[in-house]
Design a protein around this ligand. Structure first.
Ligand code: PA5
Length: 447
């Protein structure tokens, strides 16, 4: 496997027998997921999705990516939540957060829009694109989400102004539901090519569908390899035994820690290119578990910068935190600490070491300090930060949260809570159909 789970940092906090004691519950939760007998089972097609993909099923994605690469220098990916975070994670993870500055070969630059309401952000992206040739991939499963719909209007207008009506249509790909939603109706009416988001996979589990795969392929990521690794992971994480299946061990320890009062998890990393892994993971965990006044609050920290901010709280604040550190064991690049033979900057003791050695040692030291401060520690080691590591890591976390949701006795695959803000917003914007709520919210503001 490319992913190695390490629970040694729990030694002071969890006894061995506690893992054995939760085994039966975990086995039941795992069975519930695999047999599709639990709440939200209709949204669990991700469990076998990767291994079911074929050259034929992926051909439209490869073809769309090639067309974008032949037409444009820039791809604007419009989407929010599960229709955004996976692709962004993947490009940072496999390529670089500076992908757009380092782009080479066939790959295009990828910019993300429609994940905020901010006019400033949209205007600035517009300026960044400038007169570069661009294409648009608009992604929305429901096809009705306001943020991407507004951004899509904006970029459609820009495409038409630059390429004319027909040229604009030739530069749009809509990734959406097979039948439903405003985006699907519009794509059909206007003749945009579409890629389908399967019914049985919810937004936050959709990174390995066209949602994530088209932007990844356009950026030059080997999507066949990502899927092959996720398909292999289906076998690696098949056992229902917490001692054999690290994804289940992770789910089990999270639940044991929660029951001891550790209700916030920090996903920490030592690579700036893993920041969006945390953003993707926060949606996956938070939307899946945070229900019925239960669930672990998912948060993140980027080291070492956050050791100079959040580090104080983690070391000495309220003791309801545990930490899961994602570590890359073989960095893609290493650099020797420059040799000067001088100690003016106090760094003579580091000469002869590499920066990777210093990074690794810092990470080891931080675990010791945090454990001493009362923060239970889990670690997820990745051999390498490449397509193989990404595919397996995605499956590891998805399997863990599916099981964890059933351990919490909630439906891990719905997200009723994200509707509340939409109702208030639509009511205040006087959207048709929200008349009653409109009066209620306006009255509240006028009190
Ligand atoms: O997980 C979810 O369902 C949400 O966060 C969605 O991913 C997000 O709201 C975007 O929805 P859509 O793809 O329908 O535009």
């Amino acid at each position: 496997p490319a992913v190695h789970f390490d629970s040694n940092g729990l030694n002071n906090f969890v006894a061995d027998h506690e893992l054995d004691e939760i085994q039966n519950q975990v086995r039941f939760a795992h069975q519930t997921l695999m047999e599709r007998s639990g709440a939200g089972a209709e949204y669990t097609d991700w469990v076998h999705w990767a291994s079911e993909q074929t050259a034929e099923s992926l051909a439209p994605i490869h073809a769309a990516a090639k067309k974008i690469q032949s037409q444009s220098k820039v791809l604007v990916v419009i989407g929010i939540g599960g229709s955004y975070l996976g692709a962004r994670m993947a490009i940072d993870f496999v390529k670089s957060p500076w992908h757009n500055e380092m782009v080479a070969g066939e790959a295009v630059k990828v910019y993300f829009a429609g994940n905020a309401m901010s006019p400033m952000a949209l205007d600035q992206l517009d300026q960044v694109i400038g007169d570069q040739d661009f294409s648009v991939n608009v992604i929305s499963k429901s096809g009705t989400t306001t943020e991407p719909a507004v951004a899509f209007r904006f970029f459609k207008q820009r495409l038409v102004a630059k390429y004319g009506e027909a040229g604009a249509k030739d530069r749009i790909v809509a990734t959406t539901d097979a039948n439903r939603g405003a985006l699907k109706s519009e794509a059909d009416a206007e003749g945009y090519p579409t890629l389908t988001i399967p019914d049985g996979i919810g937004g936050r589990f959709s990174v390995l569908t066209a949602v994530g795969l088209l932007p990844m392929a356009a950026a030059g990521i080997d999507i066949d390899q990502v899927l092959a690794s996720a398909a292999q992971a289906e076998k690696t994480y098949a056992s229902d035994d917490v001692h054999e299946n690290p994804a289940l061990a992770y789910a089990a320890y999270r639940r044991i820690l929660y029951d001891k009062g550790y209700t916030t998890e920090i996903l920490a990393n030592w690579e700036p290119s893993l920041q969006y892994l945390s953003e993707w993971w926060k949606q996956l965990m938070g939307e899946s578990e945070g229900k019925n006044q239960k669930g672990i609050y998912p948060s993140s920290a980027n080291y070492s910068t956050d050791l100079h901010s959040l580090g104080q709280y983690i070391q000495e604040g309220r003791r309801d935190l545990f930490e899961t550190v994602v570590r890359v064991d073989h960095s893609k690049h290493d650099l020797p600490i420059p040799k000067t033979g001088e100690n003016e900057d106090g760094l003579l003791y580091l000469e002869g070491k590499s920066l990777e050695e210093v990074n690794t040692t810092a990470a080891t030291g931080v675990v010791l300090a945090h454990v001493d401060g009362g923060v239970p520690n889990l670690a997820v080691h990745l051999d390498r930060q490449d397509e193989t590591g990404l595919g397996e890591l995605i499956y590891f976390f998805e399997m863990a949260v599916g099981v964890s949701g059933y351990l919490f006795n909630i439906n891990p695959f719905n997200q009723p809570g994200v509707e509340a803000y939409k109702t208030a917003m639509f009511a205040l914007l006087n959207k048709p159909g929200y008349e009653e709520q409109s009066k209620y919210y306006h009255d509240r503001l006028n009190k």
